[in-house]
Design a protein around this ligand. Structure first.
Ligand SMILES: Nc1nc2c(ncn2[C@@H]2O[C@H](COP(=O)(O)OP(=O)(O)O)[C@@H](O)[C@H]2O)c(=O)[nH]1
Ligand SMILES: [Mg+2]
Length: 310
C-alpha cells in the first residue's frame, strides 16, 4: 500500500502557467503533464511541486521575483530564480537609474544580477560600453554581446550552464527576445523593430514559461515583465545594495540603519568627500531614495483609506 503512495507522489517543476492549469515537468522521466489548479492558486513558473493523484502541493521557495503593474498591484513573476540578467543597449538607452533599480531589486530578492550590454555590433556601442564599464565594473559581472552577430553569446551560455535559472529584464527594444531566441531557438519569440514596438504598444500575452537550455541552465520568459518598479524594496535595502557603494560599506557606517544622507560617521559621505564616489552617482541614489519614501507614504495613505472604508 505504502509503495503505491510513494509512486504516486511525484516531484516536478512548473514550466508554464495556464490560468486554471499548470504544466509540470516531472523530475523522473522528464515528461510534462497538465495539472488543474484553482484560478489565482498562487502557483508560478519555477515553483517546485509534488503531485499526488490530482493534488498539487507547492514546496518551499528559495527565491521569488515580484513586479508591480501600472495600477500598483503586485505580481509574482517566477520562483526559485538564481540570476537576473539586466539587458541594456546603446539604443534605446535605459532611463536614468534603471540599471541601479534592477541591481538593487535583484540583490534584495537574493538573485545574482548580471549586466548584458547588447547590440555591440552598432558603432555607437563602444562609447556606451565604456560608460557602463566605468560605473559598474566593481559591482556586477558585465557581458558585451550581440544577438545579431552572435558575438559574446558563448560567455553567457557558459555562465547559465552552471545550472542557473535566469530571467531577462530590460527596456523594450534592447533585444531581450532576440537574445532568448539565440540561446533557445525552440522558443522562437517575436522580435520587433524599435518603431513598431512603439506603435503597437506592449505585449498583450503574459503567460510565463520556463525553458531548459541546451548546454544547461534555464530561462524564464515572461513577456509582460519589463520593469518591476520598486516593489518589496525598503530604504535600507537601497542603502545596502546600491551599486557603487560596495567598497564604502565594507567599512560600515556608524549607524547600522544609515541612509547615507548626513548621518555622522557615514562612510559613503566620506568617500564622496574623497571623490571616490561621484556626485552624479550619489544624485541617482538620492533620487531613488526619495522615490521610495514617496511610495511608502502613498502606500500608507492607501492602507489608511482602505481601513476607513471598511
Ligand atoms: N544591431 C542589433 N540589433 C539588435 C540586436 N538585438 C536585437 N536587435 C534588434 O532590436 C530590435 C528589438 O529587439 P527585440 O528582441 O524585439 O527587443 P525586446 O523588446 O527587448 O524583446 C529588433 O529590431 C532586433 O532585430 C543586436 O545585437 N544588434
Ligand atoms: Mg521582446
Amino acid at each position: 500500500m505504502n509503495d503505491i503512495t510513494t509512486q504516486d507522489d511525484r516531484q516536478g517543476v512548473i514550466v508554464a502557467h495556464l490560468g486554471v492549469a499548470v504544466e509540470v515537468r516531472f523530475d523522473a522521466g522528464g515528461k510534462n503533464e497538465i495539472i488543474r489548479v484553482k484560478r489565482n492558486s498562487g502557483h508560478v513558473v519555477g515553483d517546485k511541486v509534488t503531485v499526488k493523484g490530482e493534488i498539487l502541493t507547492r514546496l518551499e521557495r528559495k527565491s521569488v521575483l515580484n513586479r508591480m503593474d501600472a495600477r500598483g498591484v503586485k505580481h509574482t513573476v517566477g520562483a526559485n530564480l538564481d540570476t537576473l540578467c539586466i539587458v541594456v543597449a546603446c539604443e534605446p538607452m535605459p532611463p536614468p537609474g534603471f540599471i541601479d533599480r534592477a541591481i538593487v531589486a535583484a540583490r534584495t530578492a537574493r538573485l545574482r544580477p548580471i549586466l548584458l550590454i547588447n547590440k555591440c555590433d552598432l558603432p555607437a556601442s563602444k562609447e556606451y560600453e565604456e560608460q557602463i564599464y566605468e560605473t559598474y565594473t566593481n559591482s556586477v559581472p558585465l557581458y558585451t554581446l550581440s544577438a545579431e552577430t552572435g558575438d559574446g553569446l558563448d560567455r553567457l551560455t557558459d555562465y547559465l550552464s552552471q545550472g542557473l535559472r535566469g530571467i531577462f529584464v530590460g527596456p523594450t527594444g534592447v533585444g531581450k527576445s532576440s537574445l532568448i531566441n539565440s540561446l533557445c531557438p525552440a522558443i522562437n519569440l517575436q522580435t520587433r523593430p524599435l518603431n513598431e514596438s512603439k506603435k503597437r504598444g506592449r505585449h498583450t500575452t503574459t503567460v510565463s514559461t520556463l525553458h531548459s537550455l541546451r548546454d544547461g541552465g534555464e530561462l524564464i520568459d515572461s513577456p509582460g515583465f519589463i520593469d518591476f518598479g520598486l516593489v518589496n524594496i525598503s530604504v535600507l535595502d537601497l542603502a545596502f545594495h546600491f551599486p557603487g557603494f560596495e567598497k564604502a560599506l565594507e567599512k560600515h557606517c556608524s549607524f547600522r540603519d544609515c541612509l547615507h544622507r548626513s548621518e555622522p560617521g557615514c562612510v559613503v559621505t566620506e568617500l564622496i568627500a574623497q571623490q571616490k564616489i561621484s556626485q552624479e552617482r550619489y544624485a541617482i541614489y538620492a533620487g531613488i531614495l526619495h522615490e521610495l519614501e514617496e511610495l511608502r507614504t502613498e502606500l500608507r495613505y492607501r492602507e489608511k483609506n482602505k481601513r476607513r472604508k471598511k
